[in-house]
Design a protein around this ligand. Structure first.
Ligand code: NAD
Ligand code: UGA
Length: 316
């Protein structure tokens, strides 16, 4: 019989895809999400629609900061694996409301780690971020010295990793911190570039480009990211930090050109100031995840964008 997994942030972009995959694999999945309004909660309701039809899925609407609720869930459902995705995830927005990020992303992580300590789990997976590398030189390797994060969000994710390491050393919780690189695909958050650009170009609106359009990202398709999470659940790791990227950096102007060609519409560009908190470049070295997890991203950016656009057209 498969284990019982608690997935926090289960109604979000990555969480909803992960839950569906885990259900396909035969796990009993308990999803915890508070449907907060950092973006339209109706989108999150739609994200969970298909999982809710599955008999092995239970959705709990609640806050990860409610330690009593988390305790009850751990006990009641005999949780064996905890995948902690719930967070505030916007890089630029974190400069506007830093305290909210400290509460959700740091305090929330401690509450999860305490639940793991009290109830014992066979694996804790923490959603970290490429942003922990800050303005470091690419490609980013897990062995890099991390000097300074560029946003409160990035600093909060780095704090989360440090807390995971501390709890692992104190209580031997088997832990994997996954550094995801700009994830995209169907259900991508509406505050992220591929979603914003697709919407603007489809509607003939201006596309706001931060800086001169040369900043580049290692865009990673959602199915590849879910492969990485599932492989981390299965791996016999004590404590690991792993990059989950695509290993191919693309600049913003090229990204816009790809979306234009798939939509067969021209973008009206408007160049805006560089945003505080943004880094110029991300690029993952993925050899550690390849060796430990057999991680091997399969979806090239052009194909992934086509899939995103098909989904977008269905929904709009
Ligand atoms: P998302 O916002 O779509 O999902 C996060 C979910 O967490 C949301 O549904 C939200 O309602 C929930 N949540 C927030 N605060 C909560 C709370 N206090 N209690 C319960 N639920 C709460 O974001 P996403 O893009 O799916 O990101 C998921 C995780 O992956 C986050 O931890 C994010 O930092 C990390 N990550 C994402 C990316 C990316 O490119 N999307 C890259 C690196 C890391
Ligand atoms: C993304 C996610 O939003 C974070 O949750 C995640 O932690 C991070 O990836 C990560 O890899 O760890 P970001 O890379 O900023 O953050 O992703 P987007 O918001 O999609 O931005 C991508 C690029 O487009 C950036 O260079 C940004 O400056 C640019 N952009 C974005 C614009 O030029 N215009 C916009 O309107 C939005």
């Amino acid at each position: 019989m498969k284990s019982n997994i608690l997935v926090t942030g289960s109604a979000g972009f990555i969480g909803s895809h992960l839950c569906e995959r885990l259900l396909q694999l035969g796990y009993n999945v308990i999803g915890l999400d508070n449907f907060r309004d950092n973006y339209d909660p109706l989108i999150k309701r739609e994200n969970v629609h298909s999982a809710l039809e599955h008999p092995s899925y239970k959705l709990v609407e609640g806050n990860i900061l409610d330690a009593d609720l988390v305790d009850r869930l751990m006990k009641q459902h005999n949780i064996d694996i905890l995948v902690h995705l719930a967070a505030l995830a916007g890089v630029r927005n974190s400069i506007l409301t830093p305290l909210d990020y400290v509460d959700t992303d740091i305090k929330g992580t401690v509450i999860m780690l305490e639940a793991c300590r009290k109830y014992g789990v066979s694996k804790f997976i923490f959603a970290s971020s490429s942003s922990v590398y800050g303005n470091g030189t690419v490609p980013f390797r897990e062995s890099n010295n991390l000097i300074c994060q560029a946003s409160p969000y990035a600093a909060a994710k780095y704090s989360g990793e440090l807390l995971c390491k501390t709890w692992h050393q104190l209580y031997s919780i088997p832990t994997v911190c996954l550094r995801f690189f700009t994830v995209y695909g169907p259900r991508q958050r509406p505050d992220m570039a591929i979603h914003i650009f697709t919407k603007a170009i489809s509607r003939g609106l201006e596309v706001g480009i931060y800086g001169d359009g040369s900043s580049s990202r290692d865009y990673t398709y959602i199915d590849d990211v879910v492969d990485g999470i599932v492989a981390s659940i299965d791996c016999k790791c004590a404590f690991e930090l792993l990059n989950i990227g695509n290993s191919n950096a693309v600049d913003v102007l090229t990204l816009v050109r790809i979306i234009e060609s798939k939509l067969q519409r021209q973008a009206h560009l408007r160049f805006l100031p560089q945003q505080p908190g943004d880094v110029p470049k991300t690029l993952a070295n993925i050899s550690k995840a390849a060796n430990l997890l057999g991680y091997s991203p399969k979806v090239p950016l052009e194909d992934g964008i086509e899939r995103f656009i098909s989904w977008y057209r269905l929904k709009n």
